[in-house]
Design a protein around this ligand. Sequence first.
Ligand SMILES: N[C@@H](CCC(=O)N[C@@H](CS)C(=O)NCC(=O)O)C(=O)O
Length: 204
Amino acid sequence: MSITLYHAPGACSVAAYVSLLDAGAAFEVVLISLAKKEQTTESYKAVNPKQKVPYLVVDGKGLSENPAIQTWIDSAYPEAGLLPKDPFDRARAISHMNWFSSGMHPHITRHFRTAKFCEIESAQDDIKAKAQAMFHEQMALVEQELDGRTMFFNHPTACDSYFFWVYDRALREGFDLSGFGNCTAHYESTKERPNVQKALAHTQ
Ligand SMILES: N[C@@H](CCC(=O)N[C@@H](CS)C(=O)NCC(=O)O)C(=O)O
């Protein structure tokens, strides 16, 4: 099987990257520089017209969106346990990944790329404040969900690598996360994992 991951250092594609490493998959990484807007080039649009990372190509077939990519990795490498085996817990894990992807990531994007959403300069600070407040509301729910644990389930899963990125990106955005002790413990512990370190180290 031939697997290629299109990944940008610092981007949420690190979640898929860690899952591929956790699965023990043999794969190639193609780095995309978001700073240089390589996602908007004709050559990348020919690969992924959505102009985003992650993008996974498996034997010539492409897949976008972390939750779908990570679910596929789990199905292709079931022995790695990237998602829980219990059907309900498996569905809960997929629910978590979609929550991070569509219920948390967009708030960070609105804070980071405010001008892309609204050109009125006087409104930008308000949008940033609201994005941060909405993000914090979700963080409070993650805090409850973790309930003193450093993993979402009883072993590392795809949820952990995605939430690791959510926390890390919010931290880099300057969000105050000091009130979220469980989330911080999750972040610190996930960051120590060798596969997370390996994915983070791949910058060129
Ligand atoms: N929901 C998608 C989010 C993908 C996404 O927004 N990726 C960002 C990087 S974190 C990106 O490629 N941004 C490039 C752009 O918007 O121009 C997922 O989880 O895969």
